[in-house]
Design a protein around this ligand. Structure first.
Ligand SMILES: [Zn+2]
Length: 58
């Protein structure tokens, strides 16, 4: 089985205004490092973000 190429990193901003860069295909839920808010959930492929990504990083 061929491994998929590594996903992109996405910059997101939480409600608490913390900005962080996360992997676009995280296998586990993405939490804000400051307040612990769930910012993204894994869907088996791409991470589904609950906030709008600010920037897609390559
Ligand atoms: Zn936060």
């Amino acid at each position: 089985m061929i491994q998929e190429p590594k996903g992109k990193f996405v910059k997101i901003r939480c409600k608490c205004k913390n900005e962080q860069v996360v992997f676009g295909k995280a296998a586990t839920p993405v939490h804000c490092l400051v307040c612990g808010e769930v910012l993204g959930t894994p869907t088996g492929g791409k991470t589904k973000f609950t906030v709008h990504p600010l920037e897609i990083l390559k």
